[in-house]
Design a protein around this ligand. Structure first.
Ligand SMILES: O=C(O)CCC(=O)C(=O)O
Ligand SMILES: [Fe+2]
Length: 377
């Protein structure tokens, strides 16, 4: 049953006729999605649900619960031709926002419109103003990994799929990132964790098949001789207290926000189903919270979080997306390939100079949020 305030639409599991129906346009969508979301690995589109929004119908901000925690990477929405106005699909990721307005062409029976996005992107449907908006959603399931020939991923854009390709083994921005990583690890002799741009279920992270630029980052680090492993984490965000509360409540130690490892063992402990896990090595680690082309940001300005996400049963950890990091071992200097080898062969052409920041970021703020308060489809 729809919950008031969360969604107002009718939905049904895809009828068998839709599941079995494999029109030509699906093949085209699948190949485009494989290129743009899956580093050209093969994907299947699994028919999931039929949504009917009448006038006033909407769907509040949510992320899609993965049906296959290890392999599901995204969602495809196909809008069937049926005249309506309003009903914009808004997709957000890390401060970027993309609006899909299917209404304008909705009366054209010859047009099937569609959108695709990574499953950890928050999305919502604004109220339909007239007519009926009918969509079919597909889960994008990645087939078992078989790395591309070069062994290095690439992707087109940090958030959605426009723009130039960035190649992991060539991009100058990655050279800059690696140079920054080396500077930090050399100076402080600490393990270094870099926050991934997307969130992952624990199983997906264990599989190590990452989304978009995250895969490019990890391939880029590995191709330059750095050893990496992955970790799901919880981040205690700094609260923005009004000035008058500042002196009363501000705890010096809280200033930076804290990062905790969060594994299946931690989840069991939280649910009173296992012993308290040890995190002995944890203190000796430094975190980089944000990275983008050619720039590492050690701290980032935190902004209001929109509470939005998915619910799950206690213990059902694979239904949740976690902030995740790649952890880089302290390199022996001989492990790392000379960066000069890679210089000058950028395919992106728009990499900024590396800039290791110790202050708040002036980048767009992260609009992602705690994944708690709102139910998923
Ligand atoms: O109808 C749409 O455009 C999207 C529906 C959706 O987000 C969902 O079914 O999870
Ligand atoms: Fe959704």
């Amino acid at each position: 049953m729809p919950k008031p305030g969360k969604r107002k639409k009718m939905e049904a599991p895809s009828p068998k006729i839709l599941v079995d129906y494999s029109p030509g346009f699906l093949r085209i969508i699948r190949s485009k999605v494989s290129c743009s979301l899956a580093n050209e690995e093969e994907v299947t589109l699994q028919c999931y649900k039929l949504n009917v929004y009448s006038t006033g119908g909407f769907f509040s901000a949510h992320v899609d619960t993965p049906v296959d925690a290890a392999q599901m990477i995204g969602t495809v929405v196909v809008c069937l031709p049926c005249q309506h106005t309003g009903g914009e699909l808004i997709v957000k990721h890390k401060g970027a926002k993309k609006e899909f307005l299917f209404a304008n062409l909705s009366a054209d029976q010859a047009k099937v419109q569609w959108a695709a996005f990574y499953s950890d992107c928050v999305h919502e449907i604004l109220p339909v103003k007239s007519g009926h908006r009918i969509t079919v959603t597909y889960n994008v399931i990645r087939k078992k990994p078989s790395r591309s020939e070069s062994g290095y991923g690439y992707c087109k854009n940090q958030h959605f799929f426009t723009g130039q390709k960035i190649k992991a083994d060539q991009d100058a921005a990655l050279n800059n990132i690696v140079a920054d990583v080396l500077k930090i690890t050399e100076k402080r002799r600490k393990q270094l964790g870099i926050f991934l741009r997307h969130k992952y279920t624990m199983s997906a992270l264990a599989e190590g098949i990452l989304k978009g630029l995250d895969q490019v980052l990890c391939d880029g680090l590995a191709s330059r001789g750095l050893t990496c492993h992955f970790l799901t984490i919880l981040v205690q965000e700094k609260e923005n207290l009004p000035d008058e509360y500042d002196e009363l409540y501000r705890d010096e130690e809280d200033d930076e926000g804290r990062v905790y490892a969060f594994s299946r063992e931690d989840m069991l402990y939280v649910n009173n189903e296992g012993p308290k896990p040890q995190h002995a090595a944890w203190k000796a680690m430094e975190f980089i919270k944000d990275w983008s082309k050619g720039k590492l940001v050690v701290h980032r300005k935190e902004t209001d979080a929109e509470n939005c996400g998915n619910y799950t049963q206690p213990g059902a950890v694979d239904q949740l997306y976690f902030q995740s990091t790649v952890v880089i071992g302290i390199p022996e200097s001989s492990d790392v390939k000379p960066l000069e080898e890679n210089r000058g062969c950028s395919t992106s052409g728009d990499a900024d100079d590396a800039d290791v920041k110790d202050e708040e970021s002036d980048e767009e703020d992260d609009e992602e949020s705690d994944e708690e308060d709102c139910e998923r489809r």
